[in-house]
Design a protein around this ligand. Structure first.
Ligand SMILES: *Cc1c(COP(=O)(O)O)cnc(C)c1O
Length: 387
């Protein structure tokens, strides 16, 4: 092995160009650092990219989840189902509103929430016991939302699609139509994050997409303190300065500085996605004849936020790769095994598929700026370890 990396290779990282830097610098010289034209421009362009009617930009993906839960009216006594294999925020948003989080185990082939398990859970309780479902397009593999929607309609649930890993991803529905992640056709709301490891980076940032006008109106108000400036919505109108706080909202806005970066990044989103898929094909080929390395299921609509392999000695491989300057990562520690969730009554053993997956999973480098040479080095190191 002749190639030696000149710097550590992470599992994911942002790709910032001179145009991105120029876009931010222009905004810094403009009249608006926040609440100017860039936020609305980013929202309109993102909605068009995702194929949804409305988009609401917010301060981060977690704020997006919180606002979604608020807009859907989550409150104490309500129960919501999500997957244990996700970032904790997918579940935490329910707790922020006083609701209860329940989990359904994953399908081991995909690491996505197993909709058959969701059905079992729903059927083992009276109708009305659960209020919502938060499926996650984990690693960039889209959840089959058509099936999720059928379940949701049968049991009276709303759906928040956590699409943080999957902008540009799609699945094929029963009519042969491509359903893009977050397009609002099947889920009530979808959320995205613009953390630097995600497809589109703004540093911190998030987005909610929806086709529902009622939820869109609520989200706009909740994002800015619960304050409205729309005379049509007001109880009275004292003058030009007048505004009304009508509900308890938050400051979950994003700035023009950050959305200027987002707009510039979004213009290269397809390029980045194509590169991710190209890297995945190369990994798939490299591991196809290596039974010790088992990648998760692949589909044409996979958005490859992560490339996850499963190996018997995961800790051994993780430690070995670090000695080779390769910083792989584990996604995720099952949420229900976190000490905070154990205090809520969940315990190891509750979701055996998620726990078995956790013992073997490793996310290896997957980001558009990863070079062919670096990727080959990663492959060679993994093959060296499992040989
Ligand atoms: C990143 C992420 C979030 C949270 O996004 P932030 O912008 O970091 O708050 C939520 N869910 C999933 C699946 C994520 O990957």
């Amino acid at each position: 092995m002749s190639f030696q990396p000149s710097h550590p290779i992470p599992y994911g990282r942002q790709h910032i160009t001179e145009e991105d830097i120029q876009a931010v610098a222009e905004t810094l010289r403009s009249d608006f650092l926040t609440q100017g034209p860039k936020v609305a421009e980013f929202e309109a362009k993102f909605a068009a990219y995702i194929g949804a009617r409305y988009a609401v930009a917010v301060s981060n993906g977690t704020a997006a989840l919180h606002l979604c839960a608020l807009a859907l009216g989550v409150q104490p006594g309500q129960r919501v189902i999500t997957t244990p294999i996700t970032f904790a925020a997918s579940a935490n948003c329910v707790l922020y509103c006083g609701g209860e989080v329940h989990f359904a185990d994953i399908d081991p082939a995909t690491a996505l929430i197993d909709l058959a398990q969701v059905r079992r859970l729903l059927e083992s309780h009276p109708k009305g016991y659960f209020h919502g479902l938060i499926p996650v397009d984990f690693a960039g593999l889209p959840v089959h939302l058509e099936e999720a929607r059928k379940l949701a309609d049968e049991f009276g649930l709303w759906i928040i699609e956590d699409a943080c890993h999957a902008p540009g991803g799609f699945f094929e529905d029963s009519a042969g139509q491509q359903q893009g992640c977050g397009n609002g056709q099947l889920a009530d709301l979808a959320i995205f994050s613009f953390h630097p490891v995600k497809h589109i980076a703004t540093g911190e940032g998030g987005m909610i997409t929806t086709n529902r006008a009622d939820l869109y109106e609520k989200l706009l108000v909740l994002r800015t303190h619960g304050i409205t400036k729309d005379p049509a919505q007001m109880h009275r109108h004292d003058g030009g300065w007048y505004m009304e706080m009508q509900t308890l909202g938050y400051n979950y806005r994003i700035s023009d500085i950050l959305t200027a970066l987002g707009i510039s990044q979004l213009s290269r989103a397809d390029e980045g996605l194509a590169r991710r898929r190209q890297l995945a094909v190369r990994y798939d080929a490299a591991f196809a004849a290596v039974p010790a390395v088992r990648p998760l299921a692949a589909t044409p609509g996979h958005a490859y936020h992560l490339y996850v392999i499963r190996v018997a000695d995961r800790k051994g491989l993780y430690d070995f790769l670090r000695t080779k300057q390769i910083f792989a990562q584990v996604h995720y520690i099952p949420v229900h095994t976190m000490p905070y969730y154990q205090e809520l009554g969940w315990k190891p053993g509750d979701f055996p598929q998620a726990e078995a997956y956790y013992d073997q999973c490793l996310s290896i480098p997957m980001f558009p700026a990863l070079t062919d040479e670096e990727q080959q080095y990663v492959i060679d190191c993994i093959l060296e370890f499992v040989a």
